[in-house]
Write a new protein. Structure first.
Length: 298
């Protein structure tokens, strides 16, 4: 095997530098750690060799930060790694591609495997061992399957909602589910488009039930909402919109403040002279629009 051929080795975790660290979702990271602790590392991380004199560590991580951190938390000192000989730029591109690809949710077939194994009498732990996941994940999936939560399962598989939150919503009434949604928004667990998707799911559940189509489903047991329930649901909805509006106003004020700061900086002759002396004579287009005519950008 030549040095340039990708190959797998056990290398010290301390010899790996995480050059582009990402903030991890604590819930997902916990699941990864539990899986590695129970069934071992199923897929090696990918690293590149760092030429001598170009960094403190002999290896730089390309992909697998979650697995690396989980192994470190479990007290392991070595990890299986696919070693590739590429330059820094190529390694960065590989990292981006892998991070996009890894967002693909668990295959729908996995849910079918859970369903079949549970129908055959296997316990959550036995199913987890066979599928290489955690018993808690299997238990959550079974809870959603038993309640006929087809939409929540689909949202979980698409990455719109954490499975633990989906289980909590499935157990809650309409008003309580809205409160769970608000709490998830406040904590940052659901943001942007995801909260819109989940809200639509809740509205569909209220209108037409859970739409369970599997043998696990017990069938929806819907009840007519009372005027008090509707009033509470409306108040919670109004409060959520109010908080979203406040965040939007705060963001707008921050942008206006940043815009004013740039305007004042570009109006300063000393600041412009400093930029020219450092040969920084171009700025992004949105900032260039703030520069007075005849200013820094030519």
């Amino acid at each position: 095997m030549t040095q340039s051929s990708p190959h797998i080795e056990m290398i010290p975790i301390a010899d790996i530098a995480v050059v582009n660290p990402r903030v991890r979702n604590p819930r997902i990271h916990k699941t990864i750690t539990e899986s590695i602790d129970q069934v071992g590392l199923k897929r090696p991380i990918t690293v590149r060799r760092v030429p001598p004199g170009q960094g403190g560590a002999p290896y730089a991580l390309i992909c697998g930060q979650g697995r690396l951190e989980s192994c470190r938390m479990l007290g392991q000192t070595e990890i299986a790694a696919l070693i590739v000989d590429v330059d820094e730029e190529t390694g960065h591109v590989m990292s981006i591609v892998e991070n996009v690809a890894r967002r693909t949710p668990r295959a729908v077939e996995t849910l079918e495997h859970v369903r079949v194994l549970k129908q055959r009498g296997y316990t959550d732990s036995e199913v987890a061992a066979k599928l290489g996941c955690t018993p808690s994940w299997v238990n959550n999936v079974v809870n959603l399957l038993e309640r006929g939560e087809k939409r929540l399962l689909a949202a979980t598989e698409a990455g719109h909602i954490p499975i633990n939150l989906a289980v909590s919503i499935s157990r809650a009434s309409g008003a309580d589910a809205q409160q769970l949604l608000m709490d998830a928004y406040e904590s940052g667990e659901l943001t942007g488009r995801k909260i819109t998707v989940v809200r639509k799911i809740l509205e569909q559940r209220e209108r037409s039930g859970k739409k369970g189509t599997n043998s696990f489903a017990r069938g929806p047991t819907r009840r007519q909402m009372s005027p008090e329930d509707l009033a509470k649901l409306y108040q919670r909805d109004v409060e959520m919109h109010r908080r979203i509006q406040k965040k939007a106003e705060y963001t707008q004020k921050s942008l206006l403040l940043a815009q004013q700061i740039f305007k004042e900086l570009f109006a300063s002759k000393e600041f412009c002279a400093l930029l020219r002396s450092e040969k920084l004579v171009s700025v992004p287009q949105p900032l260039a629009e703030l520069v007075p005519r005849g200013g820094l950008v030519r």
